[in-house]
Design a protein around this ligand. Structure first.
Ligand SMILES: Nc1ncnc2c1ncn2[C@@H]1O[C@H](COP(=O)(O)OP(=O)(O)OP(=O)(O)O)[C@@H](O)[C@H]1O
Length: 307
């Protein structure tokens, strides 16, 4: 499918097409990008190594994650350093097994790196106890998964307020109304999940992630279970929350169309960051992915030959 940064998406109705970025002023930088500003005025200069990372919602420094030991050890992340600015929408892509989920899990405090440090909203995640981690995840992180993970016996409103209740906070009626309106589910607020379409269920999951106003929302294949049209609606919603409310989103995806909604795409291969795309289009991402696949296959065959 053809697409460009001005929103030329022939297969999609106008209201579902990605819109050009006209949000807040430059917010930060993404590691590895020599370019200063993209067409949205987004500043991506590569000075990540000599600053304190205060503008970053998430920052990984020299993160290494090894599963197993000895001959069976698998290096899932290999010296990953990256800073993701507040208010940015980043897609993480790479071939299967390249470390995308591990990156997301380490960044979100769901898994601990073997070495290196992870800073989330100024907090050094890798140093926290299990109890502190649970609190951090509950209060400062929103999660959206491919399987919507809604509680079937609870209504839309009740599902959305679960994170607040877990944190011992009372839902604020105005906030609740705003969040439901933002995801277009005001009329459905008293419905149960099985009375909703897949797209509507994922919108409930987005609202649930937004309700605590988290520092970062991590989304793992959020549109993996949705059809093209429904996916476009959910992705446009994610992008709108970044633009209108300044949320920070990190999204793992296999889909170049989904990635094209982000400000930037970070490419992983064999546990390392091997590139990025600061003004992604469907075509630019698909092309990078195709080359990445070839490059990884070539690197692996060279390594095998040299053994
Ligand atoms: N718990 C684990 N134990 C052992 N190895 C693991 C574990 N989790 C992940 N791995 C390995 O780490 C590497 C990276 O896995 P990861 O799931 O992060 O990749 P991915 O890019 O998300 O893959 P996919 O796109 O297939 O979901 C893979 O080789 C995987 O087999």
């Amino acid at each position: 499918m053809a697409g460009n940064r001005d929103g030329v998406w022939p297969a999609l109705p106008r209201e579902l097409r990605p819109t050009p970025w006209n949000g807040p002023p430059p917010l930060g930088r993404l590691c590895g990008v020599p370019e200063a500003r993209d067409y949205r005025g987004f500043d991506h200069r590569m000075d990540v190594y000599d600053r304190d990372g205060a503008a970053d919602a998430v920052r990984l420094d020299s993160v290494r994650k090894v599963y197993g030991k000895g001959d069976s050890a698998i290096v899932a992340l290999d010296d990953v350093t990256i800073g993701l600015p507040r208010g940015s929408f980043t897609a993480v892509m790479g071939p299967s097994g390249s470390g995308k989920s591990t990156l997301l899990h380490c960044a979100a405090g769901l898994d601990r790196p073997t070495s290196g440090s992870v800073l989330l909203d100024g907090e050094q995640v890798d140093k926290l106890s299990e109890t502190e981690l649970t609190k951090l995840r509950r209060e400062r992180i929103g999660f959206i998964f491919q399987a919507f993970n809604l509680l079937p016996a609870l209504t839309v409103t009740q599902n959305v307020t679960v994170p607040l209740r877990l944190a011992g906070r009372k839902p604020n009626k105005d906030k609740m109304r705003d969040v439901l309106a933002a995801v277009g589910l005001t009329e459905r607020r008293n419905h149960l999940p099985d009375q909703l379409s897949g797209g509507q269920q994922q919108r409930v999951a987005v609202a649930r992630a937004l309700i605590t106003r988290p520092a970062v929302i991590f989304a793992d294949e959020p549109t993996g279970a949705l059809d093209t049209r429904t996916s476009a609606g959910v992705l446009a919603l994610l992008r709108d929350t970044v633009r209108a409310q300044g949320h920070t989103i990190v999204m793992v995806t296999h889909d170049p169309v989904a990635a094209s909604y982000a400000h930037s795409v970070v490419f992983l291969a064999d546990g390392q960051i091997v590139g990025n795309d600061v003004s992604p289009t469907v075509d630019s991402v698909a092309e990078r992915m195709a080359h990445l696949g070839e490059q990884v296959a070539e690197n692996r065959s060279v390594r095998t030959r040299n053994r």
